[in-house]
Design a protein around this ligand. Structure first.
Ligand SMILES: [Fe+2]
Length: 249
């Protein structure tokens, strides 16, 4: 009897913004926040862990990557990583195994696990390059089943006054045009905005995952710290459903 695909449990940690050393980052113990997410009860029994960018606080601090890779040494499941705008692949590559995932200086790839396919794109420079978009469209069309997509930047505005006006993705129209043609992507998981939101984009839902570093008030047009509590996301993906929940500590 066909039992369907295994239900995959995916944990997403976004925007830890770890500093070069163990000192506080803007008054926040970001390393403790990262550990709170990573060690949370809700993150037990994962099949896959995703780190969706801004691992380093400002400028790809090597100490940030060495800290994270050290913590993840005992991680029993695969870890998929994409860079954010504060990361630099040439530094990350020294601490994480990105072999086969970096093409022309961009980290984008497909990861297959238990009969499911997941796509990862690189928006570190604020755009998703047309090379990546062509690759995504072509590669996703080879798969009949639904696939998931992870990007650091939301491919849409999110009704966040500060982030929308200052740090939104720069080629939203181009990215949305491609995405609208890819029917087997229904759920897109992102970070970057330091708040929680689900945004409907045609037939797709963009799930904005809050940061482990801190959350930013969406109602203010200037930077306004809303909370220094870490948050993270858990996704359960079965044959005919995607269930997801954000946890705040
Ligand atoms: Fe970011």
């Amino acid at each position: 009897m066909y039992m369907g695909k295994k239900v995959l449990k995916i944990g997403q940690i976004s925007d830890p913004h770890i500093g070069e050393d163990s000192g506080l980052v803007q008054g926040i113990d970001v390393r403790k926040n990262f550990l709170t997410a990573y060690q949370s009860e809700s993150m037990k029994d994962l099949d896959l862990l995703v780190l969706s960018g801004d691992l380093a606080n400002e400028h790809a601090e090597p100490g940030a990557y060495s800290y994270i890779s050290d913590v993840l040494k005992d991680c029993k499941v695969p870890v998929c990583i994409i860079p954010g705008n504060h990361d630099d692949l040439s530094v990350m590559e020294k601490f994480f195994d990105l072999r086969g995932k970096v093409h022309d200086g961009k980290c984008f790839y497909r990861y297959d696990i238990a009969g499911h396919s997941i796509f990862f794109l690189d928006s570190a420079d604020g755009t998703v390059s047309s090379e990546q978009l062509s690759w995504l469209e072509e590669e996703a069309s080879r798969i009949n089943d639904e696939v998931l997509l992870f990007i650091h930047h939301p491919p849409c505005l999110c009704n966040h006054n500060f982030m929308d006006s200052k740090y939104s993705m720069k080629n939203i129209a181009e990215v949305q045009a491609t995405l609208s043609r890819i029917k087997n992507i229904r759920h897109i998981f992102v970070g970057h905005y330091h708040f929680e939101k689900d945004v409907q984009l045609g037939d797709k839902t963009v799930h904005v995952t809050p940061a482990t570093q801190m959350q930013i008030d969406a109602n203010q047009s200037d930077f306004y710290l809303q909370s220094i509590k870490p948050a993270w996301r858990v996704i359960e993906w079965g044959e005919n459903f995607v269930k997801t929940q954000v946890y705040f500590s």
